[in-house]
Every structure is written in structure tokens, then in C-alpha cells.
Write a protein that binds this ligand. Sequence first.
Ligand SMILES: CC(C)(COP(=O)(O)OP(=O)(O)OC[C@H]1O[C@@H](n2cnc3c(N)ncnc32)[C@H](O)[C@@H]1OP(=O)(O)O)[C@@H](O)C(=O)NCCC(=O)NCCS
Length: 178
Amino acid sequence: MFTINNHTHNDHKKIEHLLDLSFGTGRKGKSAYALRKGQVAVPELALAAKQNDELVGSIQFWPLGLSLTEGAVAPPGVLLLGPLAVHPEQQNMGIGQALIDEGLQRASALNYAAAILVGDPAYYCKFGFDHKCVAGLTLAAEADQKRVQGRELTPGSLSELRGEIISFPEDSDQNLKK
Ligand SMILES: CC(C)(COP(=O)(O)OP(=O)(O)OC[C@H]1O[C@@H](n2cnc3c(N)ncnc32)[C@H](O)[C@@H]1OP(=O)(O)O)[C@@H](O)C(=O)NCCC(=O)NCCS
């Protein structure tokens, strides 16, 4: 059995090690990392899965910015999901699913409007993520736009938006929750 709780200070090094193992040490060159640069993950949504007190999985969510076509107003509380990783020896046991479910449930309870991620559609479709609801939004640094997917937590929060996905602007309140 595994448990899911918030990241603790002591988890930090182990999480970095797990992410290197899962994505390789070149992971920081990925498009999603550029979006997270200079930001802090939302503490309430930074979750660790543990088995016998050993870290076996991790998920984080980050504030995200949207630069929309003139006149459009960004919905409050759009999150960037990731990275999600489960230790290779503990995969296919439902840990990834439990981390996503718990993260999205907590995000919803905290009134976040939507989550966006860059990842494999074949995995994330079963959690309600799709490219269709973010088809009007471009992530310039991502070569394969089909990997950019969204999931609305508030119905209609993403699908009508047109513009660019950007880092959360530090001088803006656009991402404040409702
Ligand atoms: C992707 C990842 C987080 C899944 O975690 P997990 O705990 O093994 O996932 P779950 O046990 O909840 O789900 C397993 C199911 O997902 C499927 N799956 C795993 N990775 C997949 C992928 N990239 N595409 C499609 N399906 C995938 C498995 O085949 C399995 O299918 P089944 O239930 O039909 O047997 C884990 O494999 C991982 O850390 N991979 C490396 C890092 C990574 O790629 N992370 C982000 C995904 S883009």
C-alpha cells in the first residue's frame, strides 16, 4: 500500500533524484520547465506517494500565465501540472492515477479553474485531459502542440480562450483564485 501526502522539506533531494531517473538529467531543457522558471509550486498541491516511508511518486502543480487576444480575460486559477513521476519499480500499481486524482480533487476544492500540462496524450486522456479544450492556446516552446492538453475544473474555463501559454507574470493578479 502507498500513502499520499504533501511534500516535506526532507523529500526535496529524493524528488529531484526520482525526476532525473524518470526524465533524464536533461529534463530541465523541456518546454514545461521554462514555464516554471522562477516560480514556486503550489504547496497544497505538491504531493508525494510513499511506500514504507520511501518516496515512490511525486506530482506538482504551478501557477501559469495566459497572454490572450485583446479584450479577453484569463480565468482565475489556471495551473500547470507536472512533473509527474513514479519510480520505475513501482509503476503500473495505480500510483500515477492516485496522484493525479488527488491533485485535481484538491485543486478543485481550492477553486482552481483548470489544469494544463505537456505530456503523453495516451496516458492523460483517461484523466479527462485533451488537446481540444486548449486548441486556441499556443505554447511557443513546445514542438508538438498535441502534447499540450487541458482539463477544465470549472466548465468552460479553457475552451473559448485564444492566445499564448506563458509563465505566470509576477506583476499580475490574473491567476488569483476566485
Ligand atoms: C507515466 C507514469 C507517471 C505512470 O505512473 P504509474 O503509477 O505507472 O501509472 P498508473 O499505475 O496509474 O497507470 C498505469 C497505466 O498507464 C499506462 N501508461 C503508463 N505510461 C503511459 C504512457 N506514456 N502512455 C500511455 N499509457 C501509459 C500503463 O500502460 C498502465 O495501463 P493499464 O492500466 O491499462 O495497465 C510513470 O510511468 C512514469 O513516471 N513514467 C516516467 C515519467 C513520465 O513519463 N511522466 C509523465 C507522463 S508524460
